[in-house]
Design a protein. Structure first.
Ligand SMILES: [Zn+2]
Length: 166
């Protein structure tokens, strides 16, 4: 593990997929249907339809779909402790995670969960933004207590959010 701990919370994770110059306006992501317009990614059906109809757009995967294809998370939420053997609690936690992810996606359509892996001693959830991992960790701690720790990876490439409860 290693890395720096809580005191460096203002560290900004470098997101190599957010180079604005890489996209022309408008662009449609062929994988998920997001639309790049006015320097932002939108999840709006009306905008998608309008741009499709005009016909003058680029097609290129959005940053979220590229991270998912490359398996490049900016956040990793790790659930640990005896609680992960409690099936009912794990179901409750997963429902909370789904709910919080939907809320986050309303404000940032590039925030997604793209992999959930279950190990004997932990559950790992990879997210496309560090903000989503942080939000999930905070929500879980608020609802279930336990210990929350944020650890930046050695090169600040991603944020580990570790939640533990026995
Ligand atoms: Zn996409």
């Amino acid at each position: 593990m290693g890395g720096r701990k809580n005191k460096m919370l203002d560290v900004k994770i470098h997101d190599p997929y957010m180079n604005k110059d890489a996209y022309t306006d408008p662009t449609i992501c062929p994988t998920c249907g997001l639309v790049y317009h006015d320097k932002m990614w939108h999840n709006k059906k009306e905008l998608f339809d309008e741009i499709k109809k005009k016909g003058n757009y680029e097609q290129k995967d959005c940053p979220a779909c590229r991270k998912i294809k490359d398996d490049y998370p900016l956040g990793v939420l790790i659930l640990q402790g005896a609680i992960i053997n409690n099936t009912q609690k794990v179901t409750e936690i997963k429902n909370l995670i789904r709910h919080e992810t939907e809320k986050e996606a309303n404000s940032n359509p590039l925030a997604r969960i793209f992999k959930v892996e279950e190990f004997p001693d932990r559950i790992e959830i990879k997210t496309t933004t560090e903000g989503l991992a942080k939000r999930l960790g905070n929500a879980i701690q608020k609802a279930f207590q336990g210990d929350l720790e944020l650890v930046f990876s050695e090169s600040d490439k991603f944020l580990r959010v570790i939640w533990k409860k026995d």
